[in-house]
Design a binder for this molecule. Sequence first.
Ligand SMILES: C[S@@+](CC[C@H](N)C(=O)[O-])C[C@H]1O[C@@H](n2cnc3c(N)ncnc32)[C@H](O)[C@@H]1O
Length: 337
Amino acid sequence: MSGWAEAFASVPRHLFVPRFYRQDGTGAWQPLTGTDPAYPEAVYSNTALTTQLDEHGVPTSSSSQPSIMLAMLESLDVSESNRILELGTGTGYNAALLCHRLGDANVTSIDINPGLVETAARHLRQAGFNPTLAIRDGAEGYPDNGPYQRIISTVGLHTIPRPLLQQTAPDAVIVAPLGYGIVRATVTAPGHATGRFLATPAHFMARRTGGAGPRFDAALEQSPTVTGVPPADLLSRLRFPASVALPGYTSCSWRGEDGELDAVGLWTPDGSTAIAHTSGTVRQTGPRRLWDTIEDLAKIFGDEPERDAFLLTITPTTQTVFYENEDGPNWVLPAMP
Ligand SMILES: C[S@@+](CC[C@H](N)C(=O)[O-])C[C@H]1O[C@@H](n2cnc3c(N)ncnc32)[C@H](O)[C@@H]1O
């Protein structure tokens, strides 16, 4: 049994997720707790479990899918003496796995939500663990306990926040969800890091930063143009490349009564918005013409590309994702997280 498989076998997930929410047939969220007959199997299923919803019913915290947690933990390639920083404490379950393997003194975990940190601290203590926990925006890191040999983010990022790089030890490994993928970068010199994406598809809850919402009304007022790219491609083969080329984009879809796709919408935190209809018409508004980028991607990627064909290179001034190699198509990530 690998070190992480042994950690999963030893640390009980139910201690950290005494209650979670599942959607019923109507899409409404229903709580599930230990007294529910379905709970024991559900809490140990290989699925992400939603543990917190905002006032609109949008999930704001979850216990991630165990197979993806395992893939990320394996890719950290830890040795037992490594000091590690986790972004996104959530339920504390991943922090507990880290403590089990590396010891309390080596583990620091931060989350922006005070209530979650408090509950996670309680559950961690009940499970016999006592890492450093702090209420903090993940982008700031936690310099007091650095330098870290390993950093793992369980919150979705658009770019690797610069302060984290400053808190790494030489040769440190950073594993983080970036768009619809997970990148594993090794620090090569102060301020420099490079590495490939894992093959595993993944999408984590985005780091809360408060960008603009969609501007569908403004988009609908624009004159239409015509596209040859089927809107469904944004939801399938182009999903990952779009998340690299348009960091922080969100998409939605509209379907007819027959369930068939009518249109997709996409927007980025700067307020740019596009609506692409299956009839081939596109309307766009805002500082960037998002669908033009989707058309450029469609020319590069005939099929869904493998995520591990993408490479992230970080220098003190830029972060760039390359396809295949440093001579290939590339996209510069935003300077600020
Ligand atoms: C997928 S959950 C983390 C799962 C967690 N590692 C576990 O084992 O349960 C993502 C977490 O990121 C947190 N988060 C969102 N924005 C953040 C930010 N700016 N900084 C730190 N944490 C953030 C959320 O509060 C949420 O708990």
